[in-house]
Design a protein around this ligand. Structure first.
Ligand code: ADP
Ligand code: ZN
Ligand code: ZN
Length: 739
C-alpha cells in the first residue's frame, strides 16, 4: 500500500494573548531529531515574525496541514527550557487560566525572547595548556602583550573569564587569539570546578530545634516532601537553610531560594557567599539589566550556579540539577503576581517540587493560614523553631489603650514617654505607620470640601514637603491649594497623619535625636534604602519612622522599642484577610526589636484593647492567633476552606464592565454542573480608579477541581463575547486581594 507519511507538525507557544498554542510545519532542511521540545523557533505570525517555543512535535494538526505555515528558523541546538519547565509552564497556564504564550514569555529573559543566542558570554574561560605552562613569559620580550597575558594566565590556574580579563587588560582578545593559535591556551565553556575553599565564616552550633529540623529535611533528599519551617523571627531559619544547602552542594545539587522583593538584601546574599565560598551564586531580581539577567538565568539553567537566590519570577528559572526549593517568608504578598499572569510563586513552587520529586521548605515566622491548614491536613510537615537563636530573648508586648486620650498627631503621651526612656538608655526606636505622606485628607473648615482624586474614588494625600496633593492609587497629583476651590475659604485642615507628619512631630518632641523616615517617598532614589539602613546600623539613639518597608528582613541590633501607631484598621477591614495581615505585620515589625542582647519592647496603640485577636498577639503566640482565624474562616467557608476565582473588568464607560460580567455570569451558570457558587457582579470596593469603572464577579467552590473544571471552558467562551471587547478583563485564580 502506498501510505503518504503524515507531515510532522510543530506545536508552539507564541507571545500572544490568545489562549491557545499554534501549529507550524518544520523549517526547511532541519532534521526532525533536532526539533526537541523546549527549543526556540522563529515563526511567521500575521505580518510579522515572532519567537516561539516548541512544545511538542505531533502528527495531528489543529487545522488542515495544507494551511499551515512553515517555521522560518530553528534558534537553538539544545532546548533552553527543560522538560520539567515545559511541564510546569503548561500546568500553570492551565491552572491560572493565562494564555500559554504569555506564560512562556514570563519565564524567559528578554534577550532570549528576542531570539538572541542562549550563550553565557561571561563563562568563556581560558586556561594554559601544558605547552603554555612551560613557556616562560620573560622569554617573550619581543611580544610584550603576549608575555603580559601569559603571566596573567599563570596566576589563574583554574582559568580566567572574559569579565575578569576585561578588568585587567584592554584589547586582550587579539592577543588571546595569538596564544590560541600557538596552542598555549585553550578555551572552555565553563570554569573548571574550583577546589572547595574551606569556609572562613564560623558556623554557629545548631540548637536542638534547628538540628531536628535539619535532620528531618535531609532524610527526604531525593524525594518530594513539603516542610513548613515555622520559626519566630531570629530563630535561625536562615541558618537551617544554610546547613541544608551545604549538604545539597556536597551532593552536587542546586538549591533555589525565593525571597520577598524587599528581603533580597546585599546582606543576605553576602551571608550566602561567605558561607559557600567557591560556589557560584546566581542572584535574580528586578533591578538586573537584560544582559545580567540572561547570565544569571543561564548559569542556573546550565548548572553552573550552585545556589540561585531570587524574587518571585526566579521560580520560573530552569535548573540543571535541582535539589531543593526554599521559599523564605512564604506568607509574603510579593510572591503573588498581581497583574497579567497572576501566579503564586509559593504555590507553584510546591507544584514544581512535587513534579521534580525534591523537598521544599516554606519558612516564616507568621505562616499563611493556607500553609498552616496544609500542616493540619498533613500535606506539609511542620518544623517548629519556638525560640530565638543565640542569646536574643523575645520582646515584651503591650497594648496601649488610647481611648479618650489626647493624641498628638497619632502619638499618645504614654508612647512618647516610652520613646524618651529608650532613647535615654541608648536604644533605637522604630515607629510604624501604614500610611505615607503628611495627611490622608485635606478638608475645608468652612464648607467641608474634601480633596478627592479626579480619576479615583479616593482622597488625595497631602505631601507637605513636596507641597503637592497625590493620589496613592493612580499616581496623579496637583499643587496643594491654599484656598478652598469651592468657597475660597482659607482654613484648610489636614486631617489624619502619615509618616511625614509623624516625623515632623517627633522632631519637635525630640529635637536632639536624629530621625530617619523610611517609606516609598524617601527611598525612591537608587541606593537610598541601603544607605539609610547603614546609618541605622551605625547610629546609637535614633528614631525610625516607616511603613511596612521596615517590617521585613532587616537586623537592627540596637533597636529596643517598636511602636505601632494604629493597629485598629486591621480589625475592621472589608478584606477578609485583613486580620491575618495585621497579625503578620505586628509580629514581623516586632521581630525587629531586641535582636541582640538587649530586651526589646513592643507597644501597640489601640482603641480596642479587649480585642481577642490583639490579645492573642500579646503572648507572641502566632499559632493561637492563627487557629482562631482559621476557625472563623471555616465558619464563613472562606479560603483555605474554599477556593476562589475573581473575574475583574474595567472600562471608562461605567456600564460596560457590569454588562460584560452579567453575560459572563450567565455563561458560567450554563456550564456549571458542579455547584460552583457565583457572586455578583458587584462594583469593586473602589469603584473608580485611574479614570476607569471597575466591577467583579466572584466564583467560589469547596472543591478546587470543580472550580478548575468550570474555568477552562468558561474562559474559552468569554474570549468570544462581544461585550468583552469593550472592557479590560482578567481572571485571578486564588486571588489574594479582593479588589
Ligand atoms: P531567621 O532567619 O529565623 O530570622 P537567622 O538564621 O538569621 O534567623 O538567625 C538570627 C541570628 O542568630 C543570626 O545572627 C544568626 O547568625 C544567629 N544564629 C542562628 N542560629 C544560631 C545558633 N544555633 N547559635 C547562635 N547563633 C545563631
Ligand atoms: Zn470650602
Ligand atoms: Zn487617583
Amino acid at each position: 500500500m502506498n501510505h503518504k507519511p503524515t507531515p510532522a507538525v510543530l506545536r508552539v507557544a507564541i507571545p500572544t494573548p490568545l489562549r491557545r498554542s499554534f501549529d507550524y510545519l518544520p523549517p526547511k532542511n532541519i532534521e526532525l531529531s533536532d526539533l526537541k521540545p523546549g527549543v526556540r523557533l522563529r515563526l511567521p505570525f500575521g505580518r510579522s515574525e515572532v519567537v516561539g517555543i516548541l512544545l511538542e512535535v505531533t502528527q495531528q494538526a489543529q487545522v488542515a496541514a495544507v494551511r499551515l505555515k512553515r517555521a522560518i528558523q530553528l534558534l537553538d541546538v539544545e532546548p533552553i527550557l527543560s522538560p520539567d519547565m515545559l511541564w510546569l509552564l503548561q500546568w500553570a497556564s492551565q491552572y491560572y487560566q493565562h494564555p500559554i504564550g504569555e506564560v512562556f514569555q514570563q519565564a524567559m529573559p528578554v534577550l532570549l525572547r528576542q531570539g538572541r543566542p542562549a550563550r553565557n558570554k561571561g563563562l568563556e574561560h581560558w586556561h594554559l595548556t601544558t605547552t603554555g605552562l612551560a613557556v616562560d613569559p620573560e622569554a617573550l620580550s619581543r611580544a610584550p602583550r603576549q608575555a603580559e597575558l601569559l603571566a596573567l594566565l599563570k596566576h589563574h590556574p583554574n582559568g580566567i573569564s572574559a569579565a575578569e580579563l576585561n578588568c585587567q587588560l584592554s584589547q586582550w582578545r587579539p592577543v588571546m587569539a595569538r596564544l590560541l593559535e600557538k596552542s598555549w591556551v585553550e578555551k572552555r565553556e565553563r570554569p573548571a570546578s574550583r577546589p572547595p575553599t574551606p569556609p572562613t565564616s564560623i558556623k554557629p552550633e545548631l540548637n536542638n530545634d534547628q538540628l531536628l529540623a535539619v535532620n528531618q529535611i535531609l532524610t527526604t533528599q531525593g524525594q518530594y516532601h513539603a516542610f513548613l519551617l515555622d520559626g519566630v523571627t531570629g530563630s535561625g531559619k536562615t541558618e537551617v537553610y544554610l546547613r541544608v544547602i551545604e549538604s545539597l552542594l556536597a551532593n552536587n545539587l542546586q538549591a533555589l531560594l525565593l525571597v520577598p522583593e524587599i528581603g533580597l538584601t546585599p546582606q543576605l546574599v553576602s551571608r550566602f557567599q561567605r558561607r559557600f565560598q567557591g560556589t557560584p551564586i546566581a542572584v535574580l531580581h528586578s533591578a538586573l539589566n537584560d544582559q545580567e539577567r540572561l547570565q544569571a538565568w543561564l548559569s542556573a539553567a546550565k548548572g553552573e550556579a550552585g545556589v540561585i537566590i531570587g524574587t518571585r519570577s526566579a521560580l520560573l528559572t530552569p535548573l540543571a540539577r535541582p535539589g531543593m526549593i526554599i521559599v523564605d517568608e512564604e506568607h509574603d504578598l510579593s510572591f503573588k503576581q498581581q497583574e497579567g499572569f497572576r501566579y503564586s510563586a509559593r504555590d507553584l513552587a510546591v507544584v514544581r517540587a512535587r513534579h521534580l520529586n525534591i523537598p521544599i521548605i516554606l519558612g516564616s515566622a507568621t505562616p499563611a493560614l493556607e500553609s498552616l491548614y496544609n500542616c493540619d491536613r498533613e500535606r506539609f510537615t511542620r518544623l517548629h523553631l519556638p525560640e530565638r537563636a543565640g542569646t536574643a530573648s523575645p520582646p515584651e508586648f503591650r497594648l496601649l489603650d488610647v481611648r479618650g486620650q489626647k493624641l498628638d498627631n497619632g502619638l499618645s503621651a504614654q508612647l512618647l514617654s516610652h520613646i524618651q526612656s529608650h532613647l535615654d538608655s541608648d536604644g533605637q526606636v522604630l515607629l510604624f505607620i501604614n500610611r505615607r505622606g503628611f495627611a490622608p485628607v485635606l478638608m475645608c473648615h468652612d464648607c467641608g470640601w474634601h480633596a478627592r482624586c479626579n480619576r479615583c474614588d479616593a482622597h488625595m494625600t497631602v505631601h507637605q514637603h513636596a507641597h503637592r496633593l497625590r493620589c496613592h492609587h493612580c499616581g496623579s497629583e496637583r499643587p496643594l491649594p491654599i484656598n478652598c476651590p469651592d468657597c475660597a475659604g482659607t482654613e484648610m485642615l489636614q486631617v489624619g497623619y502619615g509618616t511625614e507628619r509623624v516625623e515632623q512631630v517627633l522632631k519637635v518632641h525630640f529635637p536632639a535625636t536624629p530621625i530617619l523616615r523610611i517609606d516609598r517617598d524617601t527611598t525612591r532614589r537608587k541606593g537610598a534604602m541601603q544607605s539609610m539602613l547603614e546609618q541605622v546600623k551605625q547610629g546609637k539613639s535614633q528614631i525610625l519612622v516607616g511603613t511596612q518597608m521596615l517590617a521585613k528582613g532587616h537586623h537592627f541590633p540596637n533597636l529596643t522599642l517598636v511602636g505601632l501607631l494604629d493597629a485598629d484598621y486591621g480589625l475592621f477591614s472589608a478584606d477578609f484577610r485583613a486580620a491575618e495581615r495585621l497579625g503578620q505585620l505586628v509580629l514581623q515589625v516586632a521581630g525587629r526589636a531586641g535582636r541582640a542582647e538587649r530586651q526589646g519592647e513592643v507597644l501597640i496603640q489601640t482603641h480596642h484593647p479587649e480585642s481577642p485577636l490583639l490579645q492573642s498577639l500579646l503572648t507572641h503566640d502566632y499559632g493561637r492567633f492563627a487557629q482562631a482565624l482559621l476557625a472563623e474562616r471555616q465558619a464563613a467557608n472562606l479560603p483555605p476552606f474554599s477556593h476562589l476565582a475573581l473575574l475583574r473588568a474595567e472600562a471608562v464607560d461605567a456600564q460596560a464592565p457590569l454588562l460584560f460580567l452579567e453575560e459572563a455570569r450567565s455563561q458560567a451558570a450554563a456550564l456549571n454542573s458542579a455547584g460552583v457558587e457565583l457572586y455578583g457582579p458587584f462594583p469593586a470596593p473602589m469603584e473608580r480608579r485611574a479614570g476607569r469603572s471597575r466591577a467583579q464577579l466572584l466564583l467560589q467552590s469547596s472543591s478546587r477541581a470543580s472550580l478548575q473544571q468550570l474555568l477552562t471552558p468558561w474562559l474559552q467562551r468569554l474570549e468570544t463575547l462581544k461585550s468583552g471587547r469593550r472592557v479590560r478583563w482578567s481572571i485571578d485564580v486564588d486571588p489574594l486581594e479582593m479588589f
